[in-house]
Write a protein that binds this ligand. Structure first.
Ligand SMILES: [Mn+2]
Length: 331
């Protein structure tokens, strides 16, 4: 294990520094995620946090509440760091600044920001909260950082995965991870701009491993960043956006699909503010509507114990009725 190796290195470093040998001690990296307690290496706290959407002050308050220690604890963000809230730029800078301490998966609003930055989309009124990022002096660094974030993160030791939206019933957890990597490779590569201008759309609806090109990438992206409901035939029902009970006949929340191939994996997700915090079928929904005057949620993750819920109340920055008017790509 790396911490043990570093401990040994430190001892070597100490011994050598008392002799005539030179050894560059400063080059040994600190061990950020483990600490020693009574001689046992102990993993630091890992918190999964729901959709922040530019609510920077609320995020800071939540981190205070959980007594977050940078360099010791780790944060997982469920995506949609930006848009609609009052301070997307500060939020993005802050999470980027956390470095390896934070892992964030991409949400639909994050992808929308990337698409806008490529200049292929007409700016709408609902995009105005993203403008400060697009005109920031550090915009290129921020956007490069954002487009190199994953669509899915998995920690096998902790036995948790995190995504922004959902998974179709046909994918097991390893398939999901493999397919996330396909889109991530495009976002990091030369096809990035083309991808941004062709990612929007609700088709295709049914997964097949024979899908190719943009159809394949769009399907994968829609699952990870937009999915809420599936039809009983296992298709994506992307037009359904309300809370459970509001959907048309024959649709089910993705996590309730019978025979879902990923149902043995513990999955954290955001995106669904009208669902609120909810634990069901080995999944945890983390978007509790901070932006809309609900709560901002953190879940302390543990391999053996049940996750511990911490929430703060938020005053809200948007009227509910706006949500209904901007349904398209942003929701
Ligand atoms: Mn979302």
């Amino acid at each position: 294990m790396r911490p043990l190796k570093n401990k040994v290195k430190n001892e070597i470093c100490y011994n050598l520094s008392t002799t005539s040998f030179h050894f560059d001690c400063d080059r040994i990296e600190p061990v950020p995620f483990y600490r020693e307690k009574a001689g046992i290496l102990e993993i630091m706290a890992v918190y999964a946090i729901g959709d922040v959407q530019g609510c920077y002050n609320e995020l800071q308050k939540l981190l205070e509440t959980i007594d977050f220690k940078p360099g010791k604890d780790r944060l997982w963000f469920a995506g949609d760091l930006v848009n609609r809230g009052p301070d997307s730029l500060a939020t993005l800078r802050f999470v980027k600044g956390l470095g390896d301490t934070a892992i964030t998966v991409l949400g639909n609003h994050d992808l929308h920001l990337l698409a806008l930055s490529q200049g292929n989309l007409r700016h709408k009124t609902s995009d105005q909260t993203l403008e400060p990022i697009l005109s920031a002096k550090d915009r290129d660094e921020l956007l490069l950082w954002l487009r190199t974030r994953p669509l899915m993160h998995q920690d096998r030791k902790l036995d948790f995965s995190i995504i922004h939206a959902g998974l179709p019933p046909q994918w097991d957890i390893d398939t999901a991870l493999r397919l996330a990597r396909e889109v991530e490779a495009v976002l990091r590569g030369g096809g990035y701009s083309y991808f941004c201008s062709h990612m929007y759309g609700n088709e295709p609806r049914l997964w097949s491993d024979r899908l190719e090109g943009m159809d394949r990438l769009r399907f994968i992206t829609n699952c990870f960043t937009r999915l809420r409901y599936c039809t009983m035939r296992g298709e994506l029902a992307l037009r359904e956006k309300g809370p459970p009970g509001s959907q048309r006949y024959g649709c089910l929340p993705w996590y309730e699909m019978p025979g879902r191939a990923s149902d043995s994996a513990r999955i954290l997700f955001g995106h669904w503010s009208t669902l609120g915090f909810r634990q069901a079928r080995n999944t945890w929904a983390l978007d509790s509507g901070c932006l809309w005057g609900g709560k901002l949620t953190a879940l302390k993750l543990s391999k053996k114990k049940p996750p511990k819920l911490v929430q703060i109340k938020c005053k809200g920055h948007r009227e509910k009725k706006i949500e209904a008017q901007t349904l398209w790509s942003l929701s």
